[in-house]
Every structure is written in C-alpha cells, then in structure tokens.
Design a protein. Structure first.
Length: 486
C-alpha cells in the first residue's frame, strides 16, 4: 500500500502560536501608538516654535522699520529746513540786490535807502557828450524798471520769508515729536504695550514679551537713544561741527555766495558825439561808464540773522580826440584829452532776524537755524552706519500649546491617558524665542556716487531695516533666565 504520510499537529501547538502572534501585534501597536503620539507632540511643539519665532521676528523687524522711518522722517525734515533757510538767504540777497540795482539809476532814493549820488553821477558822465546817446536811452529805461522791480520785491519778500520761517519751525517740531514718539513706542514694551507688544499679539494671541525680553528691549532702547542727538544751532556748543549750518552753506547757490559783475546790466554804458579838444580842435568825443560789482549773503556766527550786501564802483572817463590840420611846415597832428570822471559808488544792504533787527531789516520774521536730529557720531564709519541691535524675547506658556497634555480644556486626552500620556518638558513651563534687528544706512546705487563713501547721517533718507542674529551669549542668558524669572 502506497501513499503520502501525514504528520499530526497537536491542537495545543496552534494555541501557542496564536498567543505569541497576539502578543507581538499588541506590542507593535503600542510602539507605533507611542511613536505617533511622540511625533504629534514634536510636530505641535515645532509648529508653535515657528509661529512664536515668526511673532518675535515680526516685532523686532517692525521696531527697526519704525526707527528707519523715524530717521528718514528726520532726514526729510532736515532737508526741508535746509531748503527753506536757503530760500530765506536768497530772499535777503534779492532784497539787497534790488535795492542796489534801484540805487544805481534813481536820482533820489529807493524806499528808505538814500542814494549816494550814483544815478546822477552816471547821467552826468554820459552827458559829457550831448545828448548822451546811445547810453542815456538804456539808462533811463533801467531807471523805470529797477524802481518797479525794487518796489515789487520789497512788498512780496517779507511774507514769503515769514512763511518759510514758519515752515522751518513746524518741520523742526514735527521731527522732534516723531523721533521721541518712536523711542517711546520701543520703551512701551516694558509695560507690555507699544508697537512691539502689539505686533507680537497680532501674530500670536497667546504670546507676549518675556520678562527677560523686557530687559533686553529696555537695554536696546537705551543704546539706540544714544545713537542720535538733538542739536540746537542757537545754543553755543550744541551743534557740534556745525552740521546744519555747513549743509545750508553748501546748498547756497552762486547768487547768494558771490554775486558777480555779470549780474549788472546794461554796463558798460557809452555815449558818442562831437566835441572840441582843449586845443580848440573839433573832434569826436566818447564817455564810458563801467561797473566793478560784488555782493554776497552771509549768516551771522550765532546762526540768527542773514545779512546781504551789494556794492559797486563805477570807473568812468571822457575822451575827446581830433586832428590838427596840416600846415606848410608840419603834417597833421592828433590832438585829444582823456579825463577821468567821478561817479559815486553804490551800496545796499538787507537783513532778517537777529536778536535785534538790523538797520536794513526787510520786516519779516526769522528765528534763525532751528533744532534738528542727527547721528551722535559725526566722524563716520560703522558707528554711524547702523543702530545698536534691538533685541527682544517672546514667550508662550506651555498650557497654551496644544500638545497631548493640553488637547482639551480639561487638560486630558482620553486616547493617550494613563501610562500613554506624554508630558512635554519646557524650561519654566514656557517656550521662549528671541529676535534682533537694526536700522542701517545704505545709499542706493546712483550714478556719480558709485565710488563715493557716504556715512550714516540724518540728512539723507536712506535708512532701512534688517534682522540680525541675537548672539549666543544673549540666547544662553535667556535660557538660563527661563527657570529663574517668573
């Protein structure tokens, strides 16, 4: 009899194998569950840390942006003040120049300014050759035009200067208010208010600036406060280096700095006509009057008053020449005379401002150079190119982080309760992260400035914001403070 033999297996064996498999499945499921719960916890913590870091970065960057805007506002205000001071200097120079121009031609006076006799002297010089043509024609025309010009300028300039001075005062006050308000906003973090605290809460409603962070913000704000200085040009010793005055002087145009003789028209003046020489010989005569002119506008050393002066001397001469007819014994002989003529000089002046008005004040209001903000270090370099870092630390309590131990309001998680409940270990029962930022000065690439080094200042609005590293020492101190500070 042939056939395949069978091996008999005991029922007990099946029960043993099934029991071992069940134990393996249970252990594997437990490990997978614990792993899943651990991954969930780690993921939730990582997500909350990213969210908290985003809030800290946003707050720090917002603080730097606010500082940069404050510095740029001061730069625009300073530029506006410079522009208006230059306009006032131009107005004073124009007032003096108009008076001077009027006094050249007038036969009497120009307003309160008496003539020194320039006009009558020029007229008399031209009339050495009656009827003084052609020079007398433009002379008489300019007499009418210069008087009208002076009268118009004399009326228009005072209110314009007063308005410009008022604008300077407003810009100075606005710059000061804006700058101080920005510093106050940074300081508000000490009482959990102000811009930094608001930005933190806007990005994470459960986050706030930590106790250690309040200290770092206070220290940062103190250093940032010393980065800039308020300077008052009217207070001796305050405007170190005369930064505002120097900028105003550099911005003055050629008319205000040194007015040239080319500004004076229609000189030289000529007249031609018949004449008789001293020898009684008929001839041709000519009179010429030229001008050597100079004018300038300056600010007094105390920065309170603009003064302008315009003056000129008028070299003039008269020449009469003819030819003595030939005789039997002599050829024709030239004969003539050259006579210098005396033309009185012309002088005019105008001023505005000062502790006491000048004798030729234009009748406008001017308070002088006003206070302004600038970087404290005016020698340039890294100390003026970027502010000290603004550093803050932001916290969030562990009870607000939705991990397994805070899955619901009761603080329990039924599936992971008991032995499977995972507790996250956070120093001081809170999560804390830090961020730093600063405002820095950088001129955009501009043709003509590519090879020019320009240091930080509050006269050019090129301040921007950036995030920077907090530093290992500060991070270590912040970590140590988590267990020590409430």
């Amino acid at each position: 009899m042939t056939g395949r033999s069978r091996r008999l297996v005991s029922p007990t064996f099946h029960r043993k194998v099934g029991g071992q498999t069940s134990v393996f499945v249970v252990v594997t499921a437990a490990i997978m569950l614990v792993s899943a719960l651990t991954v969930y916890n780690a993921g939730r913590l990582a997500l909350q840390r990213i969210q908290l870091q985003t809030a800290a970065d946003a707050a720090a960057y917002s603080g730097a942006v606010m500082l940069a805007r404050s510095y740029n506002f001061s730069a625009y205000a300073n530029r506006g003040m410079v522009a208006n001071h230059v306009a006032i200097a131009q107005a004073v120079g124009l007032a003096s120049w108009a008076k001077y121009y009027c006094l050249i031609y007038t036969l009497t006076n120009c307003g309160e300014f008496p003539t020194l006799g320039t006009g009558p002297g020029i007229e008399a010089a031209l009339l050495q050759v009656p009827p003084g043509a052609p020079g007398i024609v433009p002379f008489e025309l300019y007499r009418v035009l210069s008087l009208a010009m002076y009268q118009s300028i004399d009326v228009a300039l005072p209110p314009l200067v007063t308005t410009a001075d008022a604008i300077v005062t407003v810009l100075s006050a606005a710059s000061n208010a804006y700058h101080l308000a920005a510093l106050a906003e940074l300081g508000g973090a000490a009482v959990d208010s102000g811009l930094l605290a608001e930005v933190v809460r806007a990005n994470d409603a459960d986050a706030s600036i930590s106790v250690f962070g309040v200290g770092t913000v206070a220290a940062s704000t103190a250093l940032i406060t010393t980065f800039t200085t308020y300077r008052d040009p009217l207070t001796p010793g305050s405007d170190v280096g005369d930064r505002l005055r120097g900028t105003v002087d550099n911005a003055l145009d050629g008319f205000s700095k040194v007015r040239a003789s080319l500004e004076v028209l229609p000189f030289p003046l000529f007249s031609f006509g018949a004449c008789v020489t001293a020898a009684g010989v008929p001839g041709v005569g000519a009179a010429i009057v030229s001008a050597v002119y100079g004018g300038l506008t300056t600010l007094t050393p105390d920065n309170r008053q603009w003064n302008a002066t315009d003056s000129a001397v008028f070299p003039a001469l008269y020449a009469c020449g003819g030819v003595i007819p030939p005789t039997q014994n002599s050829p024709p002989v030239p004969a003539g005379t050259i006579t210098p003529l005396l033309v009185p000089p012309s002088f005019a002046s105008a001023s505005v401002g000062g502790v006491a008005p000048g004798p030729f004040d234009i009748g406008a209001s001017y308070a002088g150079l006003q206070g302004y903000w600038d970087v404290s270090n005016t020698t340039g370099g890294l100390l003026s190119d970027s502010t000290p870092p603004l550093t803050l630390y932001v916290r969030r309590g562990s009870d607000t982080i939705k991990t397994l131990s805070q899955m619901n309001d009761a603080g329990t998680f039924p599936v992971a309760g008991g032995e499977l409940r995972l507790e996250e270990a956070l120093a001081g029962n809170e999560m804390q992260v830090g961020a730093s930022s600063q405002a820095y000065f950088v001129r955009p690439d501009t043709p003509g400035y590519l090879t020019t080094a320009e240091y930080g200042n509050l006269f050019n609005p090129y301040w921007e914001a950036r995030l920077v590293n907090t530093g290992l020492l500060q991070d270590a101190a912040a970590a140590a403070a988590q267990d020590l500070l409430p």
